[in-house]
Design a protein around this ligand. Structure first.
Ligand SMILES: Nc1ncnc2c1ncn2[C@@H]1O[C@H](COP(=O)(O)OP(=O)(O)OP(=O)(O)O)[C@@H](O)[C@H]1O
Ligand SMILES: [Mg+2]
Length: 264
C-alpha cells in the first residue's frame, strides 16, 4: 500500500480534521520493575500552518512525543492521526514512506555527514526518493540558497560554522518540501546570535512557505518565535497557550533591491 493523504484537506473547508491529532498517547520504555512511563496519555491537535514550541523540564517526554510525531517511534497505546490517517496502525515501511514524503527533521547535533559537501548532504533525501542527479542538483542548490548558503555548496561540515551547519541541516530537511518540520532543540548547540538566525529562518519557513513547525526548546527566548507554546511535565501536557505576538512576525519584509540610479 502506498501512503497518500488528501492534499488540500486542510484548506478546502470540507475537512475538519487537524493535520495532527494525538489521543490518549502513552509510551512505556522497558518492562516489569524497570518500566518507565515516558508519556502518560497525551491529547493534542495541531493544525496545518501552526508553529508550536514544545517546552518542559528534562525527562518530561518532549523528545519521546517528537519521535512519535515524526514516525520514528510508535506509541504504546493511544491514537496518532496524520491527516485523519491512523499512523499507529501502519507498518514500519508505511511509516517510513509517510516520513519521507511529509516530514523533515532538524536535530540539536546537526547530524550531517562529515567529509561530504553541503550540496551532497542536502541531496541525500532526494537520492532516497529516487530523484535523478540533475533534479537533485537543482533542488539542493535551491534549498541551500533559501537558507542563505549560496556559494557554500562545496564546503564540508568541518569548513562551516555551527550556525551554517544547522542551516545545511535545515536545507536538507526542507529540500523534499515537507508538510511538517520537526526540530528537537535546533539551537541547543548555538550561541544566541546564531540561535536567532536559525529561529528567523524557521519563522520564515512557517510564515512564507506554510510549513508546520514543531520545535522542542529549553529556551524561552526561542519559544517566543512560535505561535503556540505547549509545556510537558512528567509525561503529560501541562499547559497549552497561544502566543499573540510571535517574534518572527516582526521581521522586516525583505524587498528586492532598488535598481541603481540610471538603470531605469
Ligand atoms: N530509549 C529509551 N529507553 C528507555 N527510557 C527512555 C528512552 N528514551 C527516553 N527514555 C526516558 O523517558 C523519559 C522521557 O525522555 P525524553 O527523552 O522524552 O525527555 P525530554 O523531555 O526530551 O528530556 P530532555 O530535555 O533532557 O531532552 C526520561 O525519563 C527518559 O529517561
Ligand atoms: Mg529531549
Amino acid at each position: 500500500m502506498r501512503i497518500e493523504v488528501e492534499h488540500g484537506a486542510e484548506t478546502d473547508g470540507r475537512s475538519q480534521a487537524p493535520l495532527i491529532r494525538l489521543r490518549g498517547v502513552t509510551k512505556m520504555y522497558g518492562k516489569g520493575q524497570a518500566a518507565l512511563m515516558a508519556l502518560k496519555g497525551v491529547d493534542i491537535d495541531i493544525a496545518a500552518g501552526e508553529f508550536v514550541a514544545i517546552m518542559g523540564p528534562s525527562g518530561s517526554g518532549k523528545s519521546t512525543v517528537m519521535n512519535i510525531l515524526g514516525c520514528l517511534d510508535t506509541p504504546t497505546a493511544g491514537a496518532y492521526l496524520f491527516h485523519g490517517m491512523h499512523v499507529e496502525n501502519l507498518s514500519r515501511d508505511q511509516r517510513a514512506q509517510l516520513r519521507r514524503r511529509y516530514l523533515g527533521f532538524v536535530f540539536q547535533g546537526f547530524n550531517l555527514l562529515a567529509r561530504t559537501s553541503a550540496q551532497e548532504n542536502v541531496e541525500l533525501p532526494l537520492l532516497y526518493r529516487g530523484e535523478s542527479a540533475a533534479r537533485r542538483h537543482v533542488l539542493a542548490t535551491k534549498a541551500l540558497a533559501s537558507v542563505g548558503l549560496s556559494g557554500w555548496e562545496h564546503h564540508t561540515p568541518a569548513e562551516l560554522s555551527g550556525g551554517q551547519q544547522q542551516r545545511v541541516a535545515i536545507a536538507r530537511a526542507i529540500v523534499t518540501e515537507p508538510a511538517v518540520l520537526l526540530a528537537d532543540e535546533p539551537t541547543g548547540n548555538l550561541d544566541t546570535q546564531r540561535s536567532r538566525e536559525i529561529m528567523d529562518l524557521l519563522s520564515r519557513l512557517n510564515l512564507d512557505h506554510g510549513i508546520t513547525v514543531l520545535m522542542v526548546t529549553h529556551e524561552h527566548d526561542m519559544a517566543m518565535y512560535a505561535k503556540r507554546m505547549v509545556h510537558f511535565v512528567d509525561g503529560l501536557l501541562d499547559s497549552d497557550a497561544s502566543n499573540p505576538h510571535p517574534l518572527g512576525a516582526d521581521l522586516p519584509i525583505v524587498l528586492p533591491p532598488t535598481p541603481a540610479a540610471g538603470t531605469l
